[in-house]
Design a protein around this ligand. Structure first.
Ligand SMILES: Nc1ncnc2c1ncn2[C@@H]1O[C@H](COP(=O)(O)OP(=O)(O)OP(=O)(O)O)[C@@H](O)[C@H]1O
Length: 270
C-alpha cells in the first residue's frame, strides 16, 4: 500500500455546514457556522481551536452521528446521512470490549459486518502487526497500557478499511511521553495504510507534527479561521519538533487562537 497515489481526489467535502443546538426552555447554541473544507485522499488534516468551538460537533456530523442544521458532508462524492463503513471514529475514551481479546476487538467491526471469522482474523492480524501489537493478540484490554489500548482502537478502526479515519483527541488521556510515542506510531500506521485522516487535537505541536494541513477554528460559533499548510518533509521523526521551522509553525497557530483560548478559559472560570 502506498499513500499519496490519489492525492488529487477528494475524500471528504464539507459544504456550508451550520449547526445550531435547540434546547427546550433555554437559548439555542450556535455551534458551527458555514464550515467549508475539503480533504484529499491520503491527506492528514488536523483541526485545532478553543474549547467549545465545535470541533467534536463537526466530527460527529461527518461520522453521521448528528445531523447538521444545514449544509452537506460528502464522502467520495456521496452525501452522509448516517454512520457508514466508509468512516471510522476513534475517541479519547477507550471504546474496547473488555471481555474480548485484542484479536477479537480488532476483528469486531468485520465480524458484525458478516465477514467470516477466519478472514476477519487475518485482516485484524495485519493491522495488529501494523500497530506494533504482535504478540498481544490474546491479551485482554485490562492487560494493556493506555497507549496500547489506543493502538488497538486505531487498528480496529482501520481494519474495516474506512475511507476516512476520524480521530477525536485520541491521545488526550495519555501521559506526555506515551503521547509522543503514539504520534510516531500513528504516522507509521498512516504511511502504511494510506488512509485519509481528520484529527481533532488541543495540542498544537501534535497537529503540526502529524499533519499536511492544520485548520484553525475560531471560537464559538466555530468557523474556519485559517488553513495552514505544513510543508515539513516526510517521513517525520520526533526530532523535527526541535527545528526552527516547526517552532515557527506552532507559534503562528498559537497566535491565531490565543485570544479565543484565553476567553474560553475565562468563560469556564466564570
Ligand atoms: N447536545 C448538545 N446540546 C446543546 N449544546 C451542545 C450539545 N453538544 C455540544 N453543544 C455545545 O456546542 C458547542 C460546541 O461543542 P463541541 O463539543 O463540539 O466543542 P469542541 O470544540 O469539541 O470542545 P472541546 O475542545 O472542549 O472538546 C459547545 O458550546 C457545547 O456546549
Amino acid at each position: 500500500m502506498n499513500r499519496g497515489v490519489n492525492q488529487m481526489a477528494e475524500a471528504l467535502s464539507i459544504e456550508g455546514i451550520n449547526k445550531v443546538f435547540e434546547r427546550a426552555g433555554k437559548p439555542s447554541v450556535e455551534a458551527l457556522r458555514d464550515i467549508n473544507l475539503t480533504v484529499r485522499e491520503g491527506e492528514f488534516v488536523s483541526i485545532v481551536g478553543a474549547s467549545g468551538s465545535g470541533k467534536s460537533t463537526l466530527l460527529r456530523i461527518i461520522d453521521g452521528l448528528l445531523p447538521a442544521s444545514s449544509g452537506v458532508v460528502k464522502v467520495s462524492g456521496h452525501a452522509v446521512t448516517r454512520p457508514g463503513a466508509d468512516r471510522a471514529m476513534v475517541f479519547q475514551q477507550d471504546a474496547l470490549l473488555p471481555w474480548k481479546p485484542v484479536i477479537e476487538n480488532v476483528a469486531y467491526g468485520l465480524t458484525i459486518a458478516g465477514t467470516p471469522k477466519r478472514d476477519a482474523h487475518a485482516t485484524a492480524q495485519r493491522f495488529i502487526d501494523m500497530a506494533g501489537l504482535k504478540g498481544f493478540e490474546q491479551h485482554y484490554p485490562h492487560q494493556l497500557s493506555g497507549g496500547m489500548r489506543q493502538r488497538v482502537n486505531v487498528a480496529r478502526a482501520l481494519a474495516v478499511n474506512p475511507k476516512i479515519l476520524l480521530l477525536d483527541e485520541p491521545f488526550a488521556a495519555l501521559d506526555a511521553q506515551t503521547r509522543e510515542i503514539m504520534q510516531t506510531e500513528l504516522l507509521n500506521i498512516w504511511q502504511k495504510s494510506g488512509t485519509t485522516v481528520l484529527l481533532i487535537t488541543h495540542q498544537i505541536d501534535e497537529a503540526v507534527f502529524l499533519s499536511d494541513r492544520v485548520i484553525v477554528f475560531s471560537a464559538r460559533p466555530g468557523s474556519v479561521r485559517e488553513e495552514i499548510p505544513i510543508p515539513l518533509p516526510r517521513p517525520r521523526a520526533l526530532e523535527v519538533k526541535r527545528h526552527e521551522a516547526f517552532g515557527a509553525l506552532v507559534d503562528r497557530i498559537w497566535h491565531l487562537i490565543e485570544h479565543e483560548v484565553r476567553s474560553a478559559v475565562a468563560d469556564n472560570r466564570a
